[in-house]
Design a protein around this ligand. Structure first.
Ligand code: GLY
Length: 318
């Protein structure tokens, strides 16, 4: 079995081999952005590099970024435990180009890692693009040889990425993995898209604009690339399950949760998954100095802790 740790190393190593600087994850509490409650994507630490305010001595980077999505624009809290793929805390793998390569090489790099290095079957992969991005459409045909019906055009709601109300943004192209017909769900853009059969495993953002609070948008100094691929979702694919809670990392957390609560029933019980997820967010947030409180970040932590405790009670823990 390919462990979560193997997949992380393989991703970072592949991008390093392709000229990217391996950069450490930044903290969950962003140091460079008072508008953001938690780091919610790999690009957060590079926000000022995209806008040209900050210069680094590299133009390509790769990271495995600690993320929390439990407050603000990207908030998955209520789904957690009840879908196969949502988390409050997760690791996001990413590769970044700061005015270096753009759409074509971003697609090439992603496609080659998925299909050549990791050996995922092309027949299982579908791409989405921003509705009028004909260039991306042609590139998916040329590079991946995807048939036209597996390059799905979608609107801004799903295929225009913004980190928050302000900041770098741009149209995006997502890659979905089909876990097979034994699971309920349909391809992106279909009425059943929210099911757990087709899961987004990678988002390639073609960063071109900076969004301001008054609604205006300017062009970035140079077109850039920001990508995000959920480590736990990729691990599910590589470990032959459609459910993130069945990967090596979560099997061990679910086991510990059963021990701690004294619950000996079905290990797929949602409450076990809620606690296993929330304990990661709680631990990493507290390790960074966030404490439960009545407002701001501390309040989000308190809600996560309260939700975990409620589910422990449901399992019979006192
Ligand atoms: N920044 C790309 C993503 O989070 O999906």
């Amino acid at each position: 079995m390919t462990s979560v740790n193997d997949i992380r190393s393989s991703f970072l190593g592949y991008f390093e081999k392709n000229g990217h600087e391996q950069v450490a994850s930044s903290p969950l509490v962003p140091r460079n952005d008072p508008t953001l409650m938690f780091t919610n994507a790999g690009m957060v630490q590079f926000k000022n590099v995209f806008t040209g305010v900050e210069k680094r001595d590299y133009v390509r980077a790769t990271t495995s970024q600690k993320c929390v999505r439990a407050g603000g624009k990207h908030n998955d809290l209520d789904n957690v435990g009840f879908t196969a793929r949502h988390h409050t805390f997760f690791e996001m793998l990413g590769n970044f180009s700061f005015g270096d390569y753009f759409k074509e090489h971003a697609i090439e790099l992603a496609w080659n890692l998925l299909t050549k290095e990791w050996g995922l079957p092309k027949a299982k992969l579908t791409a989405t693009i921003y509705q009028d991005d004909d260039e991306a459409f042609e590139l998916w045909k040329k590079i991946a040889g995807l048939p036209e019906d597996r390059i799905v055009r979608l609107g801004a709601k799903s295929n225009f990425w913004q980190m928050g109300d302000t900041g770098p943004c741009g149209p995006c192209s997502e890659i979905f993995y089909d876990h097979g017909e034994k699971y309920w769900g349909g391809p992106p853009g279909s009425p059943e898209e929210d099911g757990d059969r087709f899961v987004e495993i990678w988002n390639l953002v073609f960063m071109q604009y900076e969004q301001f609070a008054d609604g205006s948008r300017t062009k970035l100094p140079k077109p850039s690339v920001d990508t995000g691929s959920g480590l736990e979702r990729v691990a599910a694919v590589m470990q032959g399950t459609n459910n993130n809670y069945e990967i090596d990392l979560f099997r061990s957390l679910v086991g510990s949760t059963m021990q701690a609560t004294g619950f000996n029933g079905d290990p797929t019980t949602p409450s076990l998954r809620v606690i296993s997820d929330h304990v990661r967010a709680m631990s990493f947030l507290i390790a960074e100095g966030v404490l439960p409180s009545n407002e701001g970040r501390g309040y989000v932590l308190r809600r996560i802790m309260r939700r975990a405790m409620r589910h422990a009670t449901l399992l019979g823990a006192t």
